[in-house]
Design a protein around this ligand. Structure first.
Ligand code: ADP
Ligand code: ASP
Ligand code: MG
Length: 442
C-alpha cells in the first residue's frame, strides 16, 4: 500500500482536485490518500478562532462568508445533478457547526476543533467526487485512529492497531481517503500536528501500515537546494538521506514539516516529494540510500533567540553545564545550537515562551544576555565534514555576519547563526558561492 499526501495548493480548486484524481489513477497500488485543507482555509479558520476570542462578530461573519464561497465554488464546478445537492447539504451542515462552535463560549479544544474543519470539509468533497466518478473509496475519520499520544513522539503502534482494524473492514476497497493535520493527544483530546502537519500525518500513517512508500505531493518539483522564496535559480535535489532531509526540514525547509521523516527512518520506508502540477518530474527521493556525497542544500529557520551566559564559576569547575541544561529542561525548552568557552556559553532556542523564567533562574548564578530575531542557516550534505567539503563554507565566513557556528555535531551539517535581517542576503550569497560558481551540485 502507498500513502499519498496532497497539500493545500494541490487541492485548492476544482481544477487541481481533478488533477489529483488523475495522479491517483496513474497506479493500481492500493492507497491511503491524506489531504490537507484547501489552500488558505486553515488560515481562515485560525482567523475565525482569533475573531471568536475577541468577539469580533463582523470578522467572524466575513470569514464564514469566505469559507462558504470557497467550498461552494468547488462543489459547483465538481458535481452535477442530485449529487451536487447532497454534497452542498453536507458541507452546509459542517459550516453551520463551525459557526456554532465559534460563537459558543470557547473551550481549551476549540482551537483544534475549528482549525481541523478544513480537512474535514475537503475530504468529504473529495470522497464524494471520487464516488461520482465511479471510483469506489472509503472515507476514514482520522479522529478514530490518529491517537498519537504525544506529538513529539507519536505512538505509531497504537495508530497502527486502530487503523488496520478499520482497513480490514473493507477488504474490497483499495482507495482510502483521510484527513491530515488532525490527531488526538495523550489525554484523548482533539489536537493538531501543528501547522503544515499533514506531511507528518502521512509518514505516521505510512509507518502504521508499513507502506511501500509515502508520496508527498506539493506545488514544487522536490526539495530544492536553497529556499526558492528568497533565492533565484534553485534546483531540485534528486536524492537525500533521511538525516539530511530531517536536518533541512527542522532547519526551515518549509516544503516538509520538521518531523516528517521521523516515523519512517527506522522502518526504511522511502518518502518521495513530487509536484502535482508536473507529475512526471523526478522529484526528490528520501531514503537511507547513499548516493552522492558533498554539499546538497541550504535552509534557514527564523525566530531564533540567542542566549549568552557568562560566569567565572565555570573556570576549571564541572557541573555548570548540567545546572544550565536542567533549567532549560524544567522549562521544557529545547536547545538548537550551543558553543562554549572557558567562562561563557552561547546557545539558541526557538521557543521563547518561557524565556523570561529561564533568564530569571540563570541570572541567579551567571550573567545572561539575550538577542532575539536571529536565524539559523543550515548547510547540509552527505559526509560534508569527513570529505573536507566544509572548507568551501568556511572560506566564505568573512563576508557573513555570523554570530555562532556549529560544526561537527553531525557530519552532515554546519549551522550558522545570523541576524534575521541578514538572512536573505546570506542565503543568496551562499547559493552563488557554494552552488553556482563552483558548480557543486548533488
Ligand atoms: P503544501 O501546501 O503542499 O504542504 P507548502 O507550502 O507547505 O506546500 O510547501 C511548499 C513550498 O515550500 C514551496 O512552494 C516553496 O515555496 C517552499 N519551500 C521552502 N523551502 C523549500 C525548499 N528547500 N525546497 C522546496 N520548496 C521549498
Ligand atoms: N491544513 C494544515 C495547515 O495549513 C495542515 C497542512 O496543510 O499540512 O497547516
Ligand atoms: Mg506543507
Amino acid at each position: 500500500m502507498d500513502v499519498l499526501k496532497f497539500g493545500g495548493t494541490s487541492v485548492g480548486s476544482a481544477s487541481t482536485i481533478k488533477q489529483v484524481v488523475e495522479i491517483l489513477n496513474d497506479s493500481n497500488n492500493p492507497k491511503i490518500v491524506v489531504l490537507s485543507a484547501m489552500s488558505g482555509v486553515t488560515n481562515l479558520l485560525v482567523g475565525l478562532h482569533q475573531a471568536a476570542i475577541i468577539q469580533d462578530k463582523d470578522g467572524m461573519e466575513k470569514i464564514m462568508g469566505a469559507l462558504t464561497e470557497k467550498h461552494h465554488q468547488a462543489i459547483d464546478e465538481l458535481f452535477i445533478d442530485a449529487a451536487k445537492d447532497d454534497v452542498l447539504q453536507a458541507i452546509n451542515e459542517y459550516l453551520e457547526t463551525i459557526y456554532t462552535v465559534a460563537q459558543a463560549p470557547l473551550q481549551p479544544t476549540s482551537y483544534a476543533e475549528l482549525v481541523t474543519y478544513g480537512e474535514t470539509l475537503l475530504t468529504r468533497i473529495f470522497s464524494e467526487y471520487l464516488t461520482q466518478q465511479n471510483q469506489p473509496n472509503v472515507l476514514l475519520d482520522s479522529k478514530t485512529f490518529m491517537h498519537v499520544g504525544t506529538v513529539e513522539n507519536p505512538d505509531v503502534d497504537q495508530v497502527s492497531q486502530l487503523l488496520k482494524k478499520q482497513i480490514e473492514q473493507h477488504p474490497e476497497c483499495s482507495l482510502f481517503i483521510s484527513q491530515g493535520f488532525v490527531c488526538l493527544d495523550e489525554n484523548g483530546a482533539l489536537s493538531t500536528l501543528k501547522r503544515g502537519g499533514s506531511d507528518f500525518s502521512a509518514t505516521i500513517i505510512g509507518a502504521a501500515i508499513d507502506a511501500e512508500a509515502v508520496q508527498i505531493w506539493t506545488d514544487i518539483d522536490g526539495l530544492h537546494n536553497n529556499d526558492p522564496r528568497y533565492v533565484e535559480e534553485t534546483r531540485p535535489i534528486e536524492h537525500l538521506t533521511y538525516n539530511e532531509a530531517a536536518e533541512l526540514a527542522y532547519f526551515g525547509a518549509k516544503v516538509l514539516h520538521p518531523q516528517t521523516v521521523a516515523p519512517v527512518i527506522d522502518r526504511d520506508i522511502p518518502v518521495w516529494l513530487k509536484n502535482t502540477f508536473e507529475p512526471h518530474a523526478p522529484g526528490t527521493k528520501i531514503s537511507n540510500e547513499h548516493h552522492n556525497r558533498g554539499l546538497k542544500a541550504i535552509s534557514a529557520k527564523d525566530g531564533i533567540t540567542a542566549i549568552k551566559i557568562r560566569s567565572n564559576r565555570m573556570l576549571g569547575a564541572h557541573g555548570f553545564l548540567k545546572t544550565i541544561f536542567e533549567i532549560f529542561d524544567r522549562h521544557e525548552t529545547s536547545i538548537d545550537m550551543i558553543t562554549t568557552s572557558e567562562v561563557a556559553i552561547s546557545l539558541t532556542i526557538d521557543d521563547d515562551k518561557n524565556l523570561e523564567a529561564i533568564v530569571t533562574e540563570i541570572s541567579v548564578i551567571a550573567a545572561v544576555s539575550v538577542e532575539q530575531d536571529h536565524s539559523i542557516i543550515c548547510i547540509v550534505g552527505e559526509n560534508l565534514i569527513a570529505d573536507h567539503e566544509s572548507y568551501k563554507a568556511f572560506g566564505l565566513l568573512n563576508n557573513l555576519p555570523v554570530r555562532m557556528i556549529s560544526y561537527g555535531g553531525s557530519k552532515n551539517n554546519i549551522s550558522l547563526l545570523v541576524p534575521s535581517k541578514d538572512k536573505i542576503a546570506a542565503l543568496q550569497y551562499l547559493n552563488t558561492q557554494l552552488f553556482k560558481l563552483q558548480g557543486v551540485m548533488a
